[in-house]
Design a protein around this ligand. Structure first.
Ligand SMILES: [Zn+2]
Length: 265
């Protein structure tokens, strides 16, 4: 069967072993369709399988002891971007998040009754207390702060050795994106920012974030790291950059945008 071009196709099917995605590797990498997976013993699968045409809605999980079909292999969600592109990454991320949400919301968190799917919606409801659950999306801001042609880069203890990136943090209840950004920058490096402008966003399914990217300018204060989340931070000129994140992330796109505007590709 010729599956070329099925990326982003509504027939694409997302089967996971743990958090690894099953993809076709022969004759070339592509997303499988359901008929590729016939006969596999799914331990869990999306409701309404075969009828729901939105990409990413069709998922299933397989036991880790399952022998893989010929011509298929398992890849991490992060690797999907490099192998199959951004659309496939977003759709696989959606499938993974729906699967995780589905598993964690079998029972009502309020009264412990069994939840049921709401037809036509991506939601579950408790038949006894009407508590409704939707797949969570957690917004996080990510910001490129500039000062006189230099970019603020910081090292988190969670990063690989030598890696620096721009600042990021989760939005808390009651905050606007802008106030979350101002708070995060102040907490992590003790500086104030101004002229916050929207750059773009990226779903980040680890486990269910939406990264919202901004540019901002330094407005005052000297860098003083919190010593907790951030080990080290400094202003970097183009040409003297440390190791930065790989190109699939919005952090890298923001850094590349800074470099393009400041004389370095
Ligand atoms: Zn309930």
């Amino acid at each position: 069967m010729d599956n070329a071009g099925n990326m982003g196709n509504t027939d694409s099917f997302f089967a996971f072993v743990g958090d690894l995605l099953l993809i076709r590797s022969d004759p070339e990498p592509s997303l499988p369709v359901l008929s590729d997976l016939e006969g596999l013993p799914f331990s869990d699968r999306s409701p309404g399988l075969g009828s729901d045409q939105r990409p990413g809605n069709r998922w299933a999980s397989l036991g880790s002891d399952q022998k893989l079909p010929r011509g298929m292999r398992l890849v991490s969600l992060r690797d999907v971007w490099g192998i199959l592109g951004e659309n496939a990454f977003c759709e696989a991320g959606r499938a993974f998040q729906l699967m995780e949400w589905s598993r964690r919301n079998c029972y009502c968190g309020h009264c412990a009754s069994r939840m049921t799917d709401i037809p036509g919606e991506t939601a579950r409801q408790c038949p006894d207390c009407m508590n409704t659950s939707y797949p969570p999306v957690s917004p996080a801001i990510i910001v490129a702060v500039e000062k006189e042609g230099q970019l603020l880069l910081a090292r988190s203890s969670r990063f690989p050795k030598g890696r620096y990136s721009i600042l990021a943090g989760f939005v808390e209840p009651g905050e606007t994106l802008e106030s979350a950004l101002e708070r995060e920058v102040m907490e992590e490096v003790s500086i104030r920012v101004k002229d916050i402008s929207y750059f773009g966003s990226q779903p980040w399914p680890f486990p269910h974030s939406l990264m919202v990217g901004f540019r901002a300018l330094w407005a005052g204060g000297d860098i003083a790291v919190d010593g907790n989340e951030i080990e080290e931070a400094a202003w970097f000129s183009p040409g003297s950059f440390p190791d930065i994140p790989p190109s699939i992330s919005i952090s890298r796109r923001l850094i590349d945008d800074f470099l393009a505007r400041n004389g370095k590709e």
